[in-house]
Ligand binder design. Structure first.
Ligand code: GAL
Length: 349
């Protein structure tokens, strides 16, 4: 009965016709009426469409399904396309009760491949590695290439280290990718067992770090010893921005952002971007991506975050909020119950 009622509710939502607004924190059905399963996600724009990649948690926590991909022409209405990377296509340790989180995809114009990076882990989060997969099509199937820890660096290894960084390299967990205007790509990730963020330039194929890796030239330690995660980078007027969260697992916390003239730093802490009620928990959500808002002029962006439901992760929600970088280079995130892209022509002009 309960299932029937929720089925009716969801189909009623879709029967209302195409969606024309964002309703942060509400159930967001795809064009078939099923709740979108693309958590810890990221967007790619390709040939007039957006693709949304994320963790499919329909069967609960851990990697029971793989990475889902949806497509849209307007950002409101999303069609489920496929499982872009099936859980059986990653090494066994990361399937079922293993972890495959925060997938992000870039298109490489030289190789004409879509390249996916993700955070792979065992259920105890000690493997802490990157996974890389490639595909000829944005909807997959992605072919798994390798599991790596991109950087080996003696940051002063802890004596007891269940993640074996001395032997295996610095850990790789919450992550994002960023494609710069000059065609060079970077991975941002929580490293050193989440103590320090790394930003690492990728090789020409985007399938690994640029080699040889040279600290300060091809990669950098940023937000050093600050324990930040959930990195969401973007660029405006030649300056780089990075929104992050604190490290409290599935529970939300206060966001922060930093700005830099050079992607490898130095990065300047700008404080909490959120304002108003529930700013202290980022409106009960955690950053995952920032998208330049379409048709809204320079400096207009959409902040994308996950409102995790730790007891039933499949019911986790999405919190998308608009913002514009102001003349002083500052940003402000405000809660909105509903909004659409016209906001960039009115309130956020
Ligand atoms: C969070 C992280 C999520 C997930 C979770 C597991 O800190 O941002 O992506 O890994 O921990 O507890």
């Amino acid at each position: 009965m309960k299932i029937l009622v929720s089925l009716l509710a969801v189909s009623a939502l879709w029967a209302a016709g195409p969606r024309r607004e964002f309703t942060p924190g509400e159930v967001w059905p795809d064009t078939d009426g099923n709740p979108i399963q693309a958590h810890g996600g990221g967007l790619l724009r390709h040939k007039g469409r957006w693709y949304w990649y994320g963790e499919d948690k329909a069967l609960g926590n851990f990697n029971r399904t793989g990475v889902a991909v949806y497509s849209s022409k307007d950002l409101y209405n999303w069609k489920r396309e496929a499982i872009a990377l099936r859980k059986d296509d990653v090494p066994e340790l990361f399937r079922d009760h293993g972890v495959c989180e925060r997938p992000k995809v870039l298109y490489n114009r030289k190789t004409r491949k879509f390249v996916m990076w993700m955070h792979l882990d065992d259920r105890g989060y000690a493997e802490a590695s990157a996974g890389v997969a490639v595909s000829d099509s944005p909807t997959g199937p992605f072919r798994f290439l390798h599991q790596i820890r991109p950087i080996h660096y003696d940051f002063g290894y802890p004596e007891k280290d269940r993640t074996n960084q001395r032997e295996r390299g610095s850990t790789y967990r919450d992550m994002n990718l960023f494609l710069d205007d000059d065609g060079r790509a970077y991975a941002f990730y929580a490293s050193e067992d989440n103590w320090t963020m790394y930003v690492v330039r990728l090789n020409a194929e985007f399938t690994g770090p640029e080699a040889p890796a040279v600290l300060g030239r091809t990669w950098a330690r940023i937000l050093v010893r600050q324990m930040r995660e959930a990195p969401a980078p973007f660029k405006h007027k030649g300056r780089y921005y990075l929104i992050t969260s604190g490290c409290t697992g599935w529970n939300p916390n206060r966001a922060g952002y930093a700005v830099a003239g050079n992607i490898l730093g130095p990065w300047t802490d700008m404080g909490d971007p959120s304002a108003g009620p529930e700013a202290e928990t980022t409106f009960r959500s955690q950053s995952t991506f920032v998208l330049p808002a379409p048709g809204a002029g320079k400096g207009a962006f959409i902040f994308m975050a996950d409102r995790w439901m730790p007891k039933s992760l499949q019911d986790s929600r999405y919190v998308w909020l608009p913002f514009r970088v102001d003349a002083a280079g500052r940003i402000e995130l405000k809660w909105r119950t509903r909004w659409d892209l016209n906001i960039f022509k009115s309130e956020l002009k």
